[in-house]
Design a protein around this ligand. Structure first.
Ligand code: PEP
Length: 250
């Protein structure tokens, strides 16, 4: 079984033809990626196409965002039951773009996390500090508070079926990557924070690093004791660069 997860967040990018191009590239280039479970997070309209094109492969499908409510008058939202019909396995909750651009707070993120687990899907909880918070020495306090909001709402043992993605906001889409030592320090702190209340779950839970990861930076990041893969944005839009990150997990 793959030890790592390499997850590609396409954000609001792609087209029907781009989906086919990326996925056919991924399917042809899987050799050497067995160290990582590969997951793609397409925009909602392409879920059916992605499900069809990935049928019979080991590549998993994720959702970039979800509505915590089961159904009804929530114009523009997508439910977990809908996602499940398209073979979705993972759901991103609390991505920094959702927090910053769509004003999602810890309570909304927790509701999405709880609903995702109740639907038997796996949340990937995104946490991370801004540059200002890092410069003020608040990184661990900010990240641990984001994790604590989930512990309060769902219990620390919920991390038996969840993944955490540490994504410093200043590294997302900027070309800046946390150094392996900076990332490892935060990953270790997150694991220790969860271990205070759920040591077994903390030891086995996967913590991904995200923030301008490329094939060039991936191997050294993946060599860190508490880094279990990556959440990749820009580099997931080309099969070649995404596969190279997957190969770095070998
Ligand atoms: C992301 O969106 O989660 C991300 C890490 O993006 P990028 O790799 O482009 O920084």
């Amino acid at each position: 079984m793959a030890n790592m997860i390499v997850a590609g967040n396409w954000k609001m990018n792609a087209s029907k033809s781009a989906v086919t191009e990326i996925l056919s590239g991924l399917k042809q280039g899987l050799v050497g990626t067995s160290g990582a479970e590969l997951v793609v997070f397409p925009p909602f309209p392409y879920l059916a196409q992605v499900q069809q094109e990935l049928a019979g492969t080991s590549i998993r499908i994720g959702l970039q965002n979800v509505c915590a409510a089961p159904k009804g008058a929530f114009t523009g939202e997508v439910s977990l039951a809908m996602a499940a019909e398209f073979g979705v396995t993972y759901v991103l909750v609390g991505h920094s773009e959702r927090r910053a651009l769509f004003a999602e707070d810890d309570a909304q993120v927790a509701a999405k996390y709880v609903a995702t687990q109740a639907a038997n899907l796996t949340p990937i909880l995104c946490v991370g500090e801004t540059l200002e918070q890092r410069e003020q020495g608040q990184t661990l306090a900010v990240v641990n508070a984001q994790v604590q909001a989930i512990i309060d709402a769902a219990g620390a043992d919920s991390f038996a079926n969840a993944v955490i993605a540490y994504e410093p906001v200043w590294a997302i889409g900027t070309g800046l990557t946390a150094s392996p030592a900076q990332a490892q320090a935060v990953h270790q702190a997150i694991r220790e924070h969860v271990a205070k209340v759920a040591p077994v779950e903390a030891a086995s839970m996967k913590i991904l690093y995200g923030g301008s990861v490329t094939a060039a930076s991936a191997a050294e990041l993946f060599a860190q004791a508490d880094i279990d893969g990556s959440l990749v944005g820009g580099a997931s839009l080309q099969a070649e660069s995404f596969l190279a990150i997957g190969q770095a997990a070998q």
